[in-house]
Design a protein around this ligand. Sequence first.
Ligand SMILES: NC(=O)c1ccc[n+]([C@@H]2O[C@H](COP(=O)([O-])OP(=O)(O)OC[C@H]3O[C@@H](n4cnc5c(N)ncnc54)[C@H](O)[C@@H]3O)[C@@H](O)[C@H]2O)c1
Length: 231
Amino acid sequence: MRIFLTGAAGFIGSHLARALLARGDSVVGFDDFNDFYDPAIKRRNVEDTRKLGGEFHVIEGDLRDAEDVNAALGEVDVVVNLAARAGVRPSLEQPVLYTDTNVRGLVHILEAMRVRGLKKLVHASSSSVYGGQEKVPFSEDDPINLPWSPYAATKRSNELMLATWHHLYGIESHALRFFTVFGPGQRPDLAIAKFISLIEQDKPIPFFRRWHHGAGLHLHRRHRAGRGRQY
Ligand SMILES: NC(=O)c1ccc[n+]([C@@H]2O[C@H](COP(=O)([O-])OP(=O)(O)OC[C@H]3O[C@@H](n4cnc5c(N)ncnc54)[C@H](O)[C@@H]3O)[C@@H](O)[C@H]2O)c1
């Protein structure tokens, strides 16, 4: 199969590219190598993937630019959209950037697919869409309308857009709600990678406080089963 893979230089994207190449697929990657974390890590990811051989090309471009997306997307069987501004906390500081990349970026992909008649899309959603939900365990069938961060709101919006483009144009999509993904090459901003690095440096692990509506900052003392950090 021919796969167009956005975010191919990132953590999950580089693992996926390698798995697809190993099973004989051809992969066209798309990434803007931005500095959310050290871009050298992303370039190294791509080099390591290239070393495996197989049909692998990476196009440098920005999802926020419709022309970049249009120019890069060729005749493929499946589009996999992993490119995004990820992370809950930084989205509070840069909500416009997150919305621009994740929401507008997905619309650019959907529109480029529509024009080419491409019908299959796999999209990275996030466990953060469960947001303020109290009921555990979570289920895909839960009605979820309380995204608690700009990042979560972009991912939930993405899911709604996928439904719209399916209704209008028959684009079949699957939104995968990843919980914290870990393994070699994990994003350095994620808790597990941070904990390991701090422990190695013999430094304390910071404990984040939680905001209670109208009540200032308090430690969140009550343990809630199943309510891990959401990414
Ligand atoms: N890692 C997790 O635990 C986790 C959990 C839930 C959801 N997700 C989602 O999975 C996807 C992949 O996550 P990851 O951990 O591999 O993140 P990552 O940051 O390592 O990978 C994302 C890649 O997208 C690229 N990108 C970002 N903005 C772009 C743009 N405007 N144009 C082109 N490329 C752009 C980045 O350069 C990066 O290489 C993301 O959509 C993320 O929101 C990840």
